[in-house]
Design a protein. Sequence first.
Length: 428
Amino acid sequence: MRAAIWLIALFAVAVALALLAGNNQAVLTLFWPPHRIDLSLNLALLLGVLGFVVLHIALRAFSAAFSLPSQARRWRAQQRERAMHAALMDALAHLLAGRYLRASRAAQTALAQERSLALGEAAMDSGYSAQRGLQLRALAHLVVAESAQALQNRSLRDEHLQLALEQPVQKLGAEIREGLALRAARWALEDRDPAQALEHLQRLPAGVGRRLLALRMRLKAARLARQIPQALETARLLTKHRAFSEQGAQSLVRSLAIECLQTAVDAQQVKQMWQSLEEAERAMPEVAVHAAARLMDLGGQADLSRKWLEPVWRDGLDPHSQLLPQSLRVRLVLTLERGLDSIDDAYLSGLESALQMRPLDAHLQYLAGMACLHRQLWGKARLLLAQSVTQIEDATLRRRAWRALARLAEQRGDSEAAAQAYRKIADL
């Protein structure tokens, strides 16, 4: 369609020229004394157009001749710029391939070319951007520093990191400075220097510090520095951001909560740490058992320990709930046993009710027997401990049960039963 329109327009122009120029009788006379020149108007117009074309071509030729030096400088600057970008891409490729020496040399070549390009006379003529040059310079310094870190050349790494950070903030760009700070923190973690890593992370803006990469490094640095409360808080943020799987997040938070409780030095600090935990963390059986055991280790109140363990104990007795692991049940029983000297009749009746619900539970039999022993119910204690000692799989509980049976036998004067109990302990 376009070709047809152009063809019609061409025919229209030809017809117009034929109508105007074909019968044009006008004459143009030039008087140049003593001469007279007569020209047809068509020839005069044609000569004018030809003269304009010749003049235009001559001016273009003169302009091109005088601009040759600047074009040569611009071409050389463009070639240096292309070589600079090629050297940086080679440096990145070598870095990814693990060729750190080649990566460092290529990045330093890019830096040298960037300096020569920035100082050249044709930098502006070639369209070279000073801001992009600063970014390229910072990236090249980063490649050299990364290669030096891989080669354990810390002096070279720190030198190029400082050179990269010395660039103007307004022209360098926030993303590159944030990336430099994050890389510096990661290098500090690789050097097992958590204090330096936390210092780099604290310099980041608030929004950058909440990114997943920064939070992961903060978690690792806090764990290395044994700052467990900060590590626990960071793990909570990572869990909210779904940085881990559900099981992985629970395992991480559980281990950090246990470590946090382990750092307590007195019973009051254990209480404070327990209150600082979130409700979901306090509901974890492992955390509750460890908190109660730590409280008892530091001379805390046994009734408070039993209060913390009540949800775990209730879950262990519920036949519809998921049974606790064997090792955790043993720790739960041992922790509850340590506070049996302060129980009352109501707690003992609760143990008996639980035993009626699950009469074949060896751990319940053992705990009820030890409770009767503390309440000086000798006969009932002997019966329950004798039933439990044949079913308990844990060696520690079996030794303690046999020891209690031996003391009961000695108390009633049955030396043979006591000797048999001691032989069982020796066998274990």
